[in-house]
Design a protein around this ligand. Structure first.
Ligand code: PNS
Length: 164
């Protein structure tokens, strides 16, 4: 039986923290579907297609990983792809309440899917997409925090913004 896991999120943009989680998740499953949510209430910096491309560039060496988008409920998407596991990262205590609520609600919606929490590499625990966006917006160096393709996309986005 093929064990399929989903790693869902906004990935706006993907960071080295996401990459770390993707690689760690592969120890737990045969196939990992990295799933970009299209119906997030947040106003994204990058379009869904841009985020998919950046994810593909960030992890381009793992044949067991695929990248998809999903609309609507994560648990409906899990049924569609035949996943038995959802992977989420837990960085700090502050993540816990939101993640715990989401895991329990997801179980309510689909009791056949388990949520598994993974802890990122210690030097990436402070990292988040929102912090990366903020640092890049004000011209800070994000080169250690994201793949070079993501760094270049951020620079283009904020340069273009400044030129307008
Ligand atoms: O990276 P994020 O923004 O923390 O990811 C949150 C995400 C996309 C995983 C979550 O909002 C989600 O699963 N959205 C899909 C809608 C859904 O199923 N909501 C009910 C979850 S309790």
């Amino acid at each position: 039986m093929t064990r399929i896991a989903i790693y869902p999120g906004s990935f706006d943009p993907p960071t080295r923290g996401h990459e770390d989680l993707i690689r760690r998740s592969l120890a737990l499953c045969d196939r990992l579907v990295v799933a970009v949510a299209t119906n997030s209430s947040k106003q994204p910096l990058f379009s869904v297609e841009e985020r998919l491309d950046l994810l593909r560039e960030t992890v381009d060496d793992e044949s067991r990983v695929s990248f998809e988008t999903f609309d609507g409920l994560l648990m409906d998407f899990a049924r569609r792809v035949g996943a038995a596991m959802v992977v989420r990262g837990l960085r700090a205590v502050s993540d816990f309440e939101y993640e715990f609520q989401m895991a329990l609600m997801n179980r309510q919606l689909n009791g056949e899917v388990e949520t598994v929490f993974l802890v990122p590499a210690v030097d990436l625990t402070y990292l988040s997409s929102s912090l990366v966006r903020e640092v890049a917006r004000y011209g800070g160096d994000v080169s250690g925090l994201v793949h070079p393709a993501v760094g270049a996309a951020l620079a283009r986005r904020f340069d273009a913004g400044a030129a307008r």
